[in-house]
Design a protein around this ligand. Structure first.
Ligand SMILES: *[C@@H]1O[C@H](CO)[C@@H](O)[C@H](O)[C@H]1NC(C)=O
Length: 299
């Protein structure tokens, strides 16, 4: 009898755990932070409780013989090594289970990979300066970031696949190196389409904005839905996120009001096993609208 009761208790505990696991398999919110000094600190961003992943934007200069430089707008001056102070914030985020990822690239294109050797050099640089390697000149100090985000929006489409391969190999050295990317919604992406074909990316946040042929406009869902299906069926990533502006002025077009997102768009895409959640550009605009707080229980 006692045995049966304990079996029942075990069963009930397992059931509770199972329910918790299933519930936690909803989506998360990824946010870009770093391109506006008036968006709060990184620690405040993580303390908000609204985000699962923070992309630090950007390592904007690298490759082709350039001296790599981060650009975090008004947050800190990398030229006087003042961004090393972010290490404490990065660790505080990670202690909350939030992944902090370095986004390389961005809209201002002073980057390229000129050869296979260049891809290898940039991978080595990223490993030593932001990931698990060692360097006396780590721009963000000793915190070990969780991965690298490819936000490549110009230049050349070549060698990004090689960079992804080199970076993914570092996952063998202990801590996993997450690979993520922010392609535009027209498929395949002009710049990182080749890299995405490697199937090495964990999270792909597709920018469903500034691209009318594949975004949600005026209550019309089918363009976005068709594009979402193409992305989730064609790319071997672990999870796909819908990338959106967090405010109307955060992008040229593609902002989706909260009600439209929660009543029309999310129900159309959440059924996909690839669905990972919502990516927002950016923390600054999210502060303006409170978008993440409004949508988080639906994501
Ligand atoms: C939101 O949904 C309503 C109702 O379908 C639609 O009329 C409106 O155009 C949508 N807003 C946007 C920005 O798409």
């Amino acid at each position: 009898m006692a045995f049966t009761i304990s079996m029942r208790q075990t069963f009930l505990s397992l059931l509770v755990i199972l329910i918790l696991v299933v519930q936690s398999e909803g989506g998360g919110i990824a946010i870009y932070w770093g391109q506006n000094g008036n968006e709060g600190t990184l620690a405040e961003t993580c303390a908000s409780g609204n985000y699962h992943i923070v992309n630090l934007a950007f390592l904007s200069t690298f490759g082709g013989g350039r001296t790599p430089m981060i650009n975090l707008a008004g947050h800190c001056d990398p030229y006087s090594n003042a961004c090393v102070g972010l290490s404490a914030d990065i660790k505080a985020c990670q202690a909350k289970g939030i992944k902090v990822i370095l986004s390389i690239g961005g809209g201002v294109v002073s980057y390229s990979l000129d050869s296979s050797g260049d891809a290898r050099q940039v991978a080595t640089y990223l490993w030593n300066n932001f990931l698990g390697g060692h360097s006396s000149t780590r721009p963000l100090g000793d915190a070990v970031l969780d991965g690298i985000d490819f936000d490549i929006e110009g230049g050349s489409s070549e060698h990004w696949d090689e960079l992804a391969r080199y970076l993914s190999r570092y996952s063998n050295r202990g801590k996993k190196v997450f690979l993520t990317a922010a392609p535009q919604c027209p498929f395949p992406d002009q710049w990182v389409g080749g890299a995405l074909k490697t199937g090495l990316f964990d999270y792909v946040w597709v920018q469903f904005y500034n691209n009318p042929p594949c975004q949600y406009t005026s209550g019309e869902l089918s363009n976005l839905e068709n594009s979402w299906k193409q992305w989730t069926s064609s790319i071997h990533s672990t999870k796909t996120f819908i990338g959106l502006p967090a405010a109307p002025d955060a992008a040229g077009s593609g902002f989706i009001p909260v009600n439209n997102l929660t009543s029309q768009v999310l129900p159309a895409i959440k059924g996909s096993t690839k669905y990972g959640g919502v990516m927002l550009w950016s923390k600054y605009y999210d502060d303006e609208t409170g978008y993440s707080a409004s949508i988080k229980s639906y994501v």
